[in-house]
Each structure stands twice: as structure tokens, then as C-alpha cells.
Design a protein around this ligand. Structure first.
Ligand SMILES: [Zn+2]
Length: 272
């Protein structure tokens, strides 16, 4: 059977708040449905560099996306590229920077908000451009794509946690409550996705600190969670944090894609 992957990037979610405030996700862990890991983000802990790090498995000094102001298409081969080369279907419900990295740059809201073009790297996309775009709507955008186009690799990327973190900081009831709200939202979709046989990875690009920002090297900015769900995931025997650059090769392995020559060659056994 062909494996399909849904990757959820919860923008701005730090590990400490995730494990305290996400009761549904912990319920899956306690019942051996999900495995939970700590991921050490690449640096700097900024969104655009880390979208590229997660999706291409390359470090910022290699790929050149070293800050949020580098607005151009990626020069690397992302999971989307590798999937397309093998004839797999790709889709994303994500912030517009994802479209800028892999489809079209700069973003034009009118032509790029909704995309459906089989020749593109991300063939089907719904891209939002306001940081306040509701996570509830974004999750539905992703679910509509899943049902309509049945992608092999689907990226779902809500911004609400990051947005609240920038307004209030991570040590606030606003940030903590937002994280619980997203946990509840996920509980509406994860059971469906499990039933449909998806492999699911839920992580964050970077965390958030008490000063309402990220970009540095503090654990609250740098250490993020990773939950894995699905038949092919074996519990990884890791003592410390997983390097963020391992996410791309793990996804490639699940999708039965050869990794790019710049990705870390991981020595892990998943489904054959
Ligand atoms: Zn941010």
C-alpha cells in the first residue's frame, strides 16, 4: 500500500507549553497511538529559515534562507520536489511564505491565494497571508484539500500560536490557552486521519519566549515537539533531541522516496 503523510507545523509552539497544555496529544501518547520527541530547531529560530530546513532537510548556511527577508524560491530539492518527481500528489494549506519558497515569489494574493496546477511543486494550495487567519479555518482548508485532491504529501500550517505568542509572550494565559485551543482543534481531525491510514507528523518550526519573540537560542525558542502517528513509525531510540534536519529524510522514508543528496542519511528502520 502507498503511504501518505500529513505534516502539521504548528508555528511558534515551544516544547514546554506543548507538553503542559496539549491534553489530547498526550492522551494519544499515553495510549501508544502517538510517540513524542523533542526536536532541536536549526538556527536562527525564525520561520522562513525553518520552513526551508524542515522541508528540504538543509541548514540555513547551505540553503541561503538565513532570515525572514530572503524572499525567493528555494534553490534546494524539497520533499514536495522529490514527491513530484515520483509522481506523487502534493498539497499545502499554509502561510504564503510556503508558496514563495516552492511555487511563486513574490506572493500575489489574488492569483496565489488558491492554487491548483499539476505542474507546480505544490500542486494544490490554499495560502493565507494574515497572521491572524483563524486556525479553525486553516484546518478546514487542509481537510478540504485532503478530501478533494487526496494528496500523498499534505502540509498543514496554522499560525495562531505564533501570533498570540508575539502579542503576549509564552508565559501568559493567552499563549497557554491558545495552545490548548489548537490541541482541541487537532482532536477533530486526527481521529479521521488515523482512520484513513495516514502517517501524521506534528511539529513546530520554532518556539516562543517570554519576551514575545524567537530568533535566539534559548530552549523555549529552540526546542519544539514532534509527535508521530502511523503504522510505519517505529519508536526511535533517541536519548536527546532529534535534529530538525532529520524530519525531511524521515518523511521521505515514509513516502518511499529517495532522499536528496543534501539530506542527512538516517539509519532508521520504518516500513519496507
Ligand atoms: Zn513568529
Amino acid at each position: 500500500m502507498k503511504n501518505k503523510v500529513i505534516l502539521v507545523i504548528l508555528d511558534g509552539l515551544n516544547y514546554e507549553t506543548a507538553i503542559k497544555r496539549m491534553g489530547y496529544m498526550q492522551h494519544l501518547v499515553e495510549n501508544n497511538i502517538a510517540d513524542l520527541y523533542q526536536v532541536k530547531a536549526e538556527l536562527p529560530t525564525l520561520s522562513r529559515p525553518l520552513y526551508e530546513a524542515i522541508l528540504t532537510g538543509t541548514a540555513p548556511y547551505i540553503n541561503g534562507i538565513v532570515n525572514n527577508q530572503v524572499v525567493r524560491r528555494s534553490h534546494e530539492r524539497s520533499i514536495f520536489h522529490l514527491a513530484r518527481e515520483k509522481g506523487l500528489k502534493t498539497a499545502a494549506a499554509a502561510y504564503y511564505w510556503i508558496s514563495e519558497l516552492y511555487n511563486k515569489s513574490p506572493f500575489d494574493a489574488i492569483s496565489d491565494r488558491e492554487q491548483a496546477d499539476e505542474s507546480q511543486v505544490i500542486q494544490y494550495g490554499k495560502f493565507y497571508f494574515e497572521d491572524t487567519y483563524p486556525d479553525s479555518h486553516l484546518l478546514i482548508d487542509g481537510e478540504i484539500l485532503r478530501r478533494k485532491v487526496d494528496p500523498d504529501f499534505l502540509l498543514i500550517h496554522p499560525m495562531g500560536i505564533d501570533d498570540v505568542g508575539h502579542r503576549y509572550g509564552s508565559e501568559t494565559k493567552e499563549y497557554h490557552n491558545k495552545v490548548t485551543e489548537v490541541d482541541t482543534l487537532l482532536s477533530k481531525y486526527i481521529p479521521l486521519w488515523i482512520k484513513e491510514g495516514y502517517h501524521i507528523m506534528i511539529t513546530a518550526d520554532h518556539g516562543m519566549n517570554a519576551y514575545a519573540n524567537h530568533g535566539g537560542i534559548g530552549a523555549d525558542e529552540r526546542i519544539v515537539p514532534l509527535w508521530t502517528i502511523g503504522a510505519c513509525f517505529k519508536k526511535m531510540d533517541v536519548k536527546e533531541e532529534i535534529p530538525q534536519l532529520m524530519l525531511a529524510p524521515i518523511i521521505c522514508r515514509i513516502l518511499n522516496l529517495a532522499i536528496s543528496d543534501k539530506m542527512i542519511d538516517i539509519d532508521l528502520t520504518f516500513c519496507d
